[in-house]
Write a protein that binds this ligand. Structure first.
Ligand code: HXC
Length: 258
């Protein structure tokens, strides 16, 4: 399917989605979020795709929600349409792994979109921020909740209250991103990570995603039990026999998602 605000390429079981509104630094408007939801669902429904990489441009992953589109909206409009609620839900429903590959600005809704990915690989040019305070609002796509869980209360408060930006090095130190790579190598590194994930069993990949995400939702004891039951359940799969058998036979496992 062709999109106007995205460029979507599928190679070797990986779907690379590039946000593409260069005139507005990939600001998230209704069209882009609608198309992104559709592109992610297409990738989810396509059996050939095993991992998704979400990226922007060299200058911006996304500079936030589109300010020109929302500036004149009333409370009644944003509340009754639950502005951005369904968009966030769509992304969170995707069970295949999504890697955020962030270069340049990831601000406001852009930072929040990156945090909704399963993990973030940052270019050394990346700048993260929640500058909504400068617009007389607060984050609306999870920033106050997710950034706090990633980097702790003090740094999250600092970011949200001052609106300052965090560079890639600080973001890695604080635990917001999993690794920092030279900007020129960002896509290569993200595709290489996606390639590695694509060669695992899709069943254990889905189980990892569910279990790690569960750690944000439930008390530790419940999370530990959930993990242990998933671990037990995977013994019902052929891939567990293949994975452990391959190790013992000193060969590479050939997973079949069964
Ligand atoms: C609409 C935007 C935009 C945005 C940039 N542009 N960010 N348009 N919404 N969020 C547009 C500019 O208006 C400009 O268009 C063009 O992109 C280039 O931007 P410049 O400002 O000229 O570039 P630069 O000087 O390099 O500054 C880059 C920047 C700055 C620091 C990223 O653009 C900026 O501060 N943007 C806003 C960041 C922000 O406040 N984000 C939070 C949004 S609220 P023209 O036509 O003039 O060339 C939010 C709420 C989330 O995200 C709630 C749920 C989603």
């Amino acid at each position: 399917m062709a999109f106007e605000t995205l460029i979507v390429e599928v190679t070797d079981h990986i779907c690379l989605i590039r946000l593409n509104r260069p005139e507005a630094l990939n600001a998230l408007n209704a069209q882009l979020l609608g198309e992104l939801g559709q592109a992610l669902q297409d990738a989810e429904d396509n059996d050939k795709i095993r991992c998704i990489v979400l990226t922007g441009s060299e200058k911006a992953f996304a500079a936030g929600a589109d300010i020109s589109e929302m500036s004149d909206k009333s409370f009644v409009e944003v509340f009754s349409s639950d502005l951005f609620g369904e968009d966030a839900e769509k992304i969170l429903r995707i069970r295949k792994p999504i890697i955020g590959a962030v270069a340049g600005y990831a601000l406001g809704g852009g930072c929040e979109l990156a945090m909704m990915c399963d993990f973030i690989i940052a270019a050394d040019s990346a700048k993260f921020g929640q500058p909504e305070i400068n617009l007389g609002v607060v984050a609306g796509l999870g920033g106050t909740q997710r950034l706090t869980r990633f980097v702790g209360k003090s740094k999250s408060m600092d970011m949200h209250l001052t609106g300052r930006f965090m560079d890639a090095e600080e973001a890695e130190r604080a635990g917001l991103v999993s690794r920092v790579v030279p900007a020129k190598k960002l896509i290569e590194e993200a595709m290489s990570a996606a390639g590695k994930i694509s060669r695992k069993s899709a069943l254990s990949v889905m189980a990892v995603k569910e279990a790690v995400n569960r750690s944000y939702e439930v008390p530790l004891r419940e999370g530990l039990l959930f993990e242990r039951r998933l671990f037990h359940a995977l013994f019902a799969t052929e891939d567990q026999k293949e994975g452990m058998g391959a190790f013992l036979e000193k060969r590479e496992a050939q997973f079949r998602d069964k």
